[in-house]
Design a protein around this ligand. Structure first.
Ligand SMILES: Nc1ncnc2c1ncn2[C@@H]1O[C@H](COP(=O)(O)OP(=O)(O)OP(=O)(O)O)[C@@H](O)[C@H]1O
Ligand SMILES: N[C@@H](CCO)C(=O)O
Length: 292
C-alpha cells in the first residue's frame, strides 16, 4: 500500500486567472492505494458526503483511467469540496503521484500535471491545471499552454473558508468573454509584480500584484460578505486580498506578524453577515509527498 499527502492550493491569485497557483501548507488530502483488478473508491473526511465514490464521477477515478492503473483507493479529505482551495485537485494530484509509483509508470511530476488535470475536466468541464500544478510541484506555479514553471516560495497567507458553497462550474459561468486593453494592461502589470514578489518572498509585492479588474469583481458577487471580509483583512495588515480559486474561499497575503490578527478579522467579518467560517494560517508550501 502507498500513501500520498497532497496539499490544498489557491489558484488565480487575482491577476493570474487560470495561470497562477500556490500550494498551501495546510489543509491537505491523504490517499492510500493498493493494486486491484478494477478501481474502487471510498471517501471519508471533510465534506465527504458531497463527493461521489463512483470512479466515473470522482477526480481520482479519471486519474486512474488516464494512467491505466486500477486500484483500491481510499481518500481522506482534509480539503472541503467546492471551497476554492483546490479540493478536487488535491485528490487528483495525490492519486497521480500514488498510482504512478504503484504501477512504476515513471512519469515526472511535470508529466503528471496534464494527467491530474483530467480530474479537473471531469468536475468543472475544463482541464485547467492551475490547482493540480502546485499540488504536484509545490511553491508558486505558472501554467500556460507551453507548460509549467515553478518556483519555491514561502510567503505567509491566510485562507478563510466560509460555510457557503460555490461550484467551480458556476463560477466559470460568470467570467466575462472579453476585456478592454486598459484592463489587460493593468492585469499584466499586476501579474508581473506578483511574480517578482514570489521570487523574492516579498509579501508586499505579492499583495500589490494580486488584484484584477476582469474576473474577480464578477466572482465576488457570489460570496456573501466578501467586501466586508476584504476590508477587515486589509485593516488588520493584509498586503493583498482576493478570491481563492473560484471561491468561496478568500485568500489574504501578509507578513507573519499580522497573520493571527488577519485570520480573526476575516472570521469576525463573515460572522457579522451571518456566515460561519474557518481561517487557515499557513504559508506557501510543498507539493504532494509520497510515503511508502
Ligand atoms: N476527490 C474529490 N475531491 C473533491 N471533490 C470531488 C472529488 N471528486 C469529485 N469531486 C467533485 O468536485 C466538485 C468540487 O470541485 P470544485 O472544483 O467545484 O471545488 P474545489 O476543488 O474545492 O475548488 P477550486 O477548484 O475552485 O479551488 C464537487 O462537486 C465534488 O463532488
Ligand atoms: N482557475 C480556476 C480555478 C478553480 O478551479 C477558476 O478560477 O475557475
Amino acid at each position: 500500500m502507498l500513501t500520498v499527502r497532497a496539499p490544498a492550493t489557491s489558484a488565480n491569485l487575482g491577476s493570474g486567472f487560470d495561470v497562477f497557483g500556490i500550494a498551501l501548507g495546510t489543509p491537505a488530502d491523504v490517499i492510500r492505494v493498493e493494486r486491484a483488478s478494477e478501481t474502487t473508491i471510498t471517501v471519508t473526511g471533510a465534506g465527504s458526503e458531497y463527493i461521489p465514490e463512483d470512479p466515473a464521477k470522482n477526480t481520482v477515478g479519471a486519474v486512474a483511467e488516464a494512467l491505466d492503473a486500477p486500484a483500491r483507493i481510499r481518500i481522506d479529505k482534509g480539503v472541503r469540496p467546492s471551497s476554492g482551495l483546490g479540493s478536487s485537485a488535491a485528490s487528483a494530484a495525490a492519486a497521480a503521484v500514488a498510482l504512478n509509483a504503484l504501477y512504476d509508470r515513471g512519469c515526472s511530476r511535470e508529466e503528471l500535471v496534464p494527467i491530474a488535470a483530467e480530474g479537473e475536466a471531469l468536475v468543472s468541464g475544463e482541464a485547467h491545471a492551475d490547482n493540480v500544478a502546485p499540488a504536484l510541484l509545490g511553491g508558486f506555479t505558472v501554467v500556460t499552454d507551453d507548460g509549467v514553471t515553478q518556483v519555491d516560495a514561502s510567503v505567509p497567507v491566510v485562507a478563510c473558508l466560509p460555510e457557503i458553497s460555490v461550484s467551480t462550474r458556476d463560477a466559470r459561468g460568470v467570467v466575462p468573454d472579453s476585456a478592454s486593453l486598459a484592463e489587460v494592461v493593468d492585469t499584466v502589470g499586476n501579474a508581473a509584480t506578483l511574480t517578482v514578489g514570489m521570487t523574492q518572498d516579498d509579501p508586499d509585492l505579492v499583495g500589490r500584484g494580486m488584484s484584477d479588474a476582469i474576473v474577480t469583481p464578477e466572482r465576488t458577487k457570489l460570496i456573501t460578505g466578501y467586501d466586508r471580509v476584504r476590508e477587515a483583512a486589509l485593516e488588520a495588515g493584509a498586503t493583498g486580498v482576493t478570491v481563492s480559486g473560484a471561491g468561496p474561499g478568500v485568500l489574504a497575503v501578509c507578513h507573519r506578524r499580522d497573520q493571527r490578527a488577519i485570520a480573526a478579522a476575516m472570521v469576525d467579518a463573515f460572522d457579522a453577515v451571518g456566515v460561519e467560517s474557518r481561517a487557515y494560517q499557513t504559508v506557501v508550501g510543498e507539493g504532494a509527498r509520497l510515503y511508502r
